[in-house]
Design a protein around this ligand. Sequence first.
Ligand code: F6P
Length: 404
Amino acid sequence: MKEEQLYLVLVGLPARGKTTLATKLKENLMGDSVKTRIFNNGDLRRKMIRDNTSYAGFYDPENLEGVAFREQIAEINMERAQRYLASKGNVAIIDATNVSLERRGKIQVFLNDHPILFVECLNNDREILDASIMRKINMPEFGHLTQEEAVASFQERIGYYESINAPLERERNFIRLNSLNCEILQEEINNDIPFYEQIRDYLATDIIKNLFLIRHGETFFNLENRIGGDSALTQNGHDQARALALFFKRKKIPLIFTSNKARTIQTAQPIRDLQSDCTIIPLPEFNEIDSGVCECMSYEEIKEQMSEVYAARKKDKYNYAYPRGEGYITMQERINRGIKKALYLNNPSDNIMIIGHRAVNRMILSHFLFRRVKDVPYIYIPQDKFYYISSTPNRKLFQLKRYH
Ligand code: F6P
């Protein structure tokens, strides 16, 4: 390994995906034998200050005591990062908001022995911010507050940071990133930045270490070949869910993403129940294709009663949209959004599980695995097996696996 060193300093308001990004970068750089460590100011604060620092006033720039504490924490982490690079490290990631010019000025004065690359995480998607805040308030420091109080307190905290927020602009080396879409919005590089190619590539791609993509268990509608609706699982479907739960019992699944439909949630429940810490997150983006005027009909009924719909769909299944409903093509945007949401909320070093539907899972699979669009609506999505997907810069793996 080349003896090169870099400070990668994250920037961004709270809940913008900085920690998720830090973990993703660390995992992948380590995979390339680049010694990387994260220095997280929030973690250090929770360790150093025994009193609860979750109250919003702690982050008020007018609260001089709070400011002094946070500056002290930032300095300790900078010292630690410096020591890490001076001993054996290649990349020190400073994971903190670092939104003010003053703080960044200090960083540049302090960390002057190696190049600094600033990476700003931007995301103003209200719905995703709300979901991310809901995750954050699960931390023990909010345990003494009701959910409503915790959300209000976290939002007040964000407000304080907004009042001192200065986007990256004059720093020598920086990247501004839409952290939800992994899209580089702006970059300015004036020094030789070690590991730049890898880092840029990791910032700009969806990386998924272990995804378990499951279709819900058998439903009463499945027995009758009916589409759409919100049918419940049959006894066989419940048995399948139980078998899945046993299969995944020894794997850590912190989050299970489902659709809003009963059949995916019922499949997820037994899996969650056998995990020690697992939350089900239903996302409307993963709802099954809306079959409009054909909802709840069987394929046979559609063929008999709406032969033109049947024929048109058969002719070009990917591009055909049901009257007053969707087609594969029109689902694409929401499915992508669901995948981005799930990746944003899931810690990149954790396993990730999605329990979806036949058409939904075809679209998710094709997000990671190239298929000609005309073949996507025919990808095999059984109920007695699941797909294991791993898509990282060094490894692309798809396996259809049995769970019982
Ligand atoms: O039959 C189950 C189902 O999930 C329906 O709800 C949905 O309309 C259909 O599969 C999607 O598969 P296809 O596009 O092959 O009709």
